[in-house]
Design a protein. Structure first.
Length: 276
């Protein structure tokens, strides 16, 4: 009996030790994963800071160009891939003219009548009241089963465009890279406009668009020849460690050097992760 009790005690102890070892191993794996994620995250933040420095470098030859081109750097054993896009080259949902909005929707594939109706609904959504000369369509939202009405105020986020009556998921996915809230312009800057935004500019012809794009390609290699450099950019920074761990930061940042503010920039939008 004594021998059996000792054997059972040893077996129980072995089970307990095995369980403890498994817990310790799991915690060690989680700790290594967390450490890797933290390193990748801060490497991505370093890429964002490098983009801010490059986009506003006082040395013209060293200045980065905010046209979506790829820049790379190494930081703490991570490879960092950075892209920046000038927000003045996008269509501003709160400032764009109805003609620009209609042109954007048509360029994204909407039929002419649907593009015109959608442009009017965007204007209605952002307008302070329904008595500003736009054709109000609040009743249409209820008919369509929506449990809300137009905001009658500025868009609070780019994603809010999905709530406008007539906007489809497929159309929004096409538009998302080309719209903004932070340019403050009625029409995109053709010198830095994205493809759809360029096509949305009133009076823009296919021939004129080709000429602009050709000139931009000719000047792409020399920052001194690049026309247009706004103060607000969307930056995507992706850091990858040697073991494959990744971190992605996406931020819209406005440069305000020379102002009374202590910090030379303001973060307008911040997102983490791979989802756009």
């Amino acid at each position: 009996m004594a021998l059996l009790l000792v054997l059972w005690a040893c077996a129980l102890l072995a089970v307990l030790l095995g369980g403890y070892a498994a817990v310790v191993h799991t915690e060690a794996v989680l700790a290594r994963h967390q450490l890797a994620q933290t390193r990748a995250h801060y490497a991505a933040e370093a890429g964002l800071m490098r983009a801010l420095r490059g986009l506003h470098d006082t040395r013209a030859k060293q200045r980065w160009i905010g046209d979506g081109r790829l820049y790379t750097m190494s930081y703490d054993g991570a490879e960092v891939r950075i892209r920046a896009v000038d927000e003045s080259g996008k269509v501003d949902l709160n400032s764009a003219s109805p003609e620009v909005l209609q042109g954007l929707f048509r360029a994204a594939g909407a039929a002419p009548d649907a593009a015109q109706a959608l442009a009017m609904r965007v204007v209605e959504w952002r307008s302070p009241s329904a008595f500003d000369g736009t054709a109000g369509d609040a009743a249409g939202y209820a008919t369509a089963g929506r449990h809300y009405r137009p905001r009658h105020g500025s868009f609070a986020s780019v994603e809010e465009l999905q709530m406008v009556l007539g906007m489809t998921p497929a159309l929004y996915r096409s538009l998302a890279p080309h719209i903004t809230l932070w340019s403050g312009q009625a029409s995109p800057d053709p010198n830095v406009a994205t493809s759809l935004a360029l096509a949305a500019i009133p009076g823009m012809t296919a021939e004129r668009a080709r000429e602009i794009q050709a000139a931009r390609r000719r000047n792409a290699a020399d920052p001194e020849l690049t026309v247009g450099s706004g103060v607000t950019h969307s930056v995507r920074s992706q850091a990858t460690l040697a073991d494959g761990t990744q971190a992605v930061l996406r931020a819209t940042v406005r440069w305000r050097a020379g102002s009374a503010a202590a910090q030379p920039y303001a973060v307008l939008r911040w997102q983490e992760g791979n989802e756009e």
